[in-house]
Design a protein around this ligand. Sequence first.
Ligand code: H2U
Length: 355
Amino acid sequence: MDSKGKQTFDFNEHQHIRYNPLKDDWVLVSPHRMKRPWAGQVEKLAEDDVPERDPTNPLCPGSRRANGIVNPEYTETFAFDNDFPALLDDCPELNDTSDDPLFRTVPARGKCRVICFHPNSNISLPLMTNAEILKVIDTWIQETIQLGLTYNWVQLFENKGAIMGCSNPHPHCQVWASSYLPNEIRIKDQMQQKYLTKHGRPLLMDYLDKELNTKERLVVENDNWAVLVPFWAVWPFETMILPKRHVQRIEDLTNEEKRDLADIMRQSLIKYDNLFETSFPYSMGWHGAPTGQYYTTDTSHWVLHASYYPPLLRSATVKKFMVGYELLAQAQRDLTPEQAAQRLRDSSDVHYKRK
Ligand code: H2U
């Protein structure tokens, strides 16, 4: 209340909409709804006791995959062509291209790969050592360089947890390389380009400077990286990893930046797992300057960043649904990004399984 007894606006109490300058969209924030009772779906807790090795799991060392190939007895990371790829390099020419603006098509080519992070199925990223996470980062870089020679976009992404539709508990991620720029990247490309033209600095460099000043939404930082809950976050505990130097692509990281990235990933993923004492599910992925033909264009508006989109809301079993208003109007959240950042900061640095 102010001196005249009128209610004053409080971001942690009162509804408002927030702008996402990277995607040119808005999110409705309704903190007052945090108090409502929940009588909706309660997810069954996914089995947490994944065996270290399972010869019937096609992602394990020495296992036979769906296409009959036997995996090597790998001891670090292991990358292979996805046996069920959504994108193929070899596709007949689209010869029936129409001028009709309502029925547009463009040819699509690509390649899909799978990267196993570790030989043991029960060692997720937050349980790995920094050296093991560094191997994952190096493999991400090798795959991006290799596929980026041919394709304009290389999407690295990890779908973690059955709740996210992940089909296999073995720690792994996917790589989908494509001839076209997917929607998320196309819009981020345009928005970052516009910002640089207007303000003379990359959008995410300006953004990080401001976040490091207030530290309101900061979760962890080190010399080279910051993990924060974006001002415009949609998912309850959404985070973003940002480099402190203007890095455009994952392959441009120095050895020191890679080492610091491994450390900050481990720290923030431990906090995620400790939040609800569960192997925290999420979809995450990296976005940086496009590859292929874009190597010869100016991409200085791009800043490398990773986004984590976890679905859990209030416990290991209650997740946020993107339905109703979200599907038909725009995203909405209850917990504010500042409250989420505080919860993550307060979450322990020691993994609950190691206590
Ligand atoms: P997801 O659980 O994130 O879907 O990843 C598992 C991937 O592994 C999936 O894309 C591939 C699936 O196609 N896979 C193979 O390529 N070969 C197999 O034998 C099993 C799974």
